[in-house]
Ligand binder design. Structure first.
Ligand code: G16
Ligand code: MG
Length: 214
């Protein structure tokens, strides 16, 4: 039986992906780089500097480390403006019920988001107290698809990786869960999340009993 569940935040519990997209799009276009929803798909679950590198790879010019830092800061300031109005109304369907079900089943509950804004977003959504442990992204050296963030959550929860399952919407995130040695519940399109053990369209279809004995 599984003893812990580790959730991703963006795209699973709330749709901040839209705000990341808008903020990256403004930055990319300012640098003369074409950026659309398809390009944004590749950034999901990728940390801030990693995302910036992917965008600037299509730029005709090169950038110094200082210039990159300034651009990342500029994007984050815009992103923070966009998320400032978030509230519990921004919780995705089924998210709170999934957390309630996991708690009722006696699972330890973790959050593994590479977003440095995760604590702010959780507070705005009013669900901080629903987690036993939230990984501080600033302490993670290797972002997704590296397993580090899911392993860090499991360690802090005191549960072996094989007794955990992860819930993710991004290809890089599912890869992170699988290389951590955990069962992966994908949220989204099964054609995209091919590495997941099971894929559901949203947390409204979260069926805990199916994952506990997996
Ligand atoms: C999320 C998003 C990514 C974003 C990353 C870093 O990852 O999916 O698109 O680049 O956070 O966010 P920030 O710039 O706020 O630190 P995750 O792991 O929550 O899916
Ligand atoms: Mg995500």
């Amino acid at each position: 039986m599984k003893k812990a569940v580790i959730f991703d935040l963006d795209g699973v519990i709330t749709d901040t992906a839209r705000y990341h997209y808008l903020a990256w799009k403004r930055l990319a276009e300012g640098e003369g780089v074409h950026f659309d929803e398809a390009a944004n798909e590749h950034l999901k679950g990728i940390d801030r500097m990693g995302s910036l590198d992917l965008i600037l790879a299509s730029s005709p010019r090169s950038y110094t480390a200082d210039e990159k830092l300034a651009l990342a800061t500029q994007k984050n300031e815009h992103y923070k403006e966009l998320i400032a109005t978030m509230s519990p109304a921004d919780l995705l369907p089924g998210a709170v019920q999934a957390l309630i079900d996991c708690r009722a089943a006696g699972l330890r509950i973790g959050l593994a988001s590479v977003s440095r804004n995760a604590f702010t977003v959780l507070a705005s959504l009013g669900i901080t107290d629903k987690f036993d442990y939230v990984v501080d992204a600033a302490t993670i050296a290797q972002g997704k698809p590296d397993p580090e963030i899911f392993l860090a959550a499991a360690t802090a929860l005191g549960v072996a990786p094989e007794d955990c399952f992860g819930v993710e919407d991004a290809v890089a995130g599912v890869a992170s869960i699988k290389s951590a040695g955990m069962y992966a519940v994908g949220v989204g399109d099964p054609q995209v999340l091919r590495q997941a053990d099971v894929v559901i369209p949203s947390l409204a279809q979260f069926r805990l009993a199916d994952y506990l004995a997996a």
